[in-house]
Design a protein around this ligand. Structure first.
Ligand SMILES: CC(C)(COP(=O)(O)OP(=O)(O)OC[C@H]1O[C@@H](n2cnc3c(N)ncnc32)[C@H](O)[C@@H]1OP(=O)(O)O)[C@@H](O)C(=O)NCCC(=O)NCCS
Length: 296
């Protein structure tokens, strides 16, 4: 996933480069291992970054930014908010503590989650390992590597054959990472991955009331299919609402069970989501390609 970026050096200068791993590259600059220039002047912080479609685009953009006069580089830096700059990646078991760092406060301080206690890190390591074998589990970090949030999917009514094409989706963001579009990037990527895997329905089960999550799910086209007033007991009886999004239309017989994505497909989706593509566009591209391959 290529980016062109600028780091601010301790003497105020801006160093321009490109990379496929922003957090790693920033850390290298800060430790003096990034480039001769930043080693000499000390790299303080990421000043600007922009995602690119591929390496060739990154090289072109890097050359163009390097040629910009100082005031234009400063204008790019002035318009950059690192908190808004999310890097999406598939979750790894090693992310469990940070995932719980985001999720935990919703367990202890709200009814958004119906858990009473924050699960141990080891349990989440196992959960990430188990779920991500067959379903998308995605994290978003800011440019400095801080976990902003995650989105994942669970089988819906696991073990009952006829539900095999349905998945339940979940998303949690750190409170200060909300309303910046990070949730949308994560959900577009998650839904595109589910659609590409061959899922037909995505369900959201929301604690009632949760107006921001309802607005969020509505913005994605989820429709509320029902409300249950007394579903779980946590600080009093709590209700839930059930939200459904059809990932594909039609009544035909499914041709195959959902299958994990082939190598490289998730990276393709994450790169497209980072460029602001919607889940339908990302999913339809692959459905068209699959249909073409079938007729060839
Ligand atoms: C729900 C949640 C994931 C939304 O993520 P987000 O990054 O804040 O959402 P986005 O900035 O991508 O917003 C996308 C759209 O959702 C809607 N939306 C999101 N938050 C909203 C809010 N607080 N009020 C009104 N609309 C909202 C808007 O339509 C928004 O589009 P807009 O910015 O063009 O108006 C986030 O608020 C969150 O983590 N909440 C707490 C945890 C939770 O309840 N998770 C859901 C459990 S099922």
């Amino acid at each position: 996933m290529p980016y062109v970026y600028m780091v601010r050096c301790e003497n105020g200068a801006l160093y321009t480069g490109w990379t496929t791993d922003l957090a790693h590259r920033l850390a290298a600059h800060q430790s003096g291992a990034g480039a001769k220039y930043t080693k000499g002047f000390g790299a303080a912080a990421l000043a600007w970054a922009e995602p690119q479609a591929d390496k060739a685009a990154a090289l072109r953009r890097e050359a163009a930014v390097k040629k910009l006069p100082k005031e234009q580089k400063e204008a790019l830096a002035a318009g950059f908010d690192p908190a808004r700059f999310a890097v999406l990646r598939p979750a790894r078991p090693a992310d469990a503590a940070e995932v719980l760092g985001v999720f935990g406060p919703y367990v202890t301080g709200s009814t958004a989650s119906f858990l009473y206690q924050v699960p141990p890190v080891e349990e989440y390591q196992r959960q990430i390992r188990r779920l991500s074998r067959s379903l998308p589990y995605l994290t978003a970090r800011d440019a400095a590597g801080r976990m902003l949030g995650y989105a994942c999917a669970h089988p819906w009514r696991y073990g009952r054959d006829a539900y095999a094409w349905d998945a339940e989706t979940t998303i949690y963001l750190a409170p200060d990472a909300r309303r910046m579009g990070v949730g949308s990037m994560l959900y577009h990527a998650l839904l595109a991955a589910l659609a590409r895997q061959g899922y037909w329905n995505a369900y959201g089960v929301l604690a009632d009331p949760n107006p921001e999550s309802e607005a969020f799910h509505t913005a994605f086209g989820f429709v509320c299919e029902g409300r249950q007033k007394r579903s779980g007991y946590k600080s009093g009886w709590q209700g839930v609402s059930y939200w459904l999004l059809a990932l594909r239309e039609g009544q035909e017989e499914p041709q195959a069970l959902p299958a994990p994505l082939a190598k490289g497909q998730m990276e393709e989706i994450l790169a497209a989501a980072r460029l602001g593509k919607g889940w339908k566009e990302m999913a339809e591209g692959s459905l068209r390609a699959a249909a073409r391959a079938k007729t060839e």
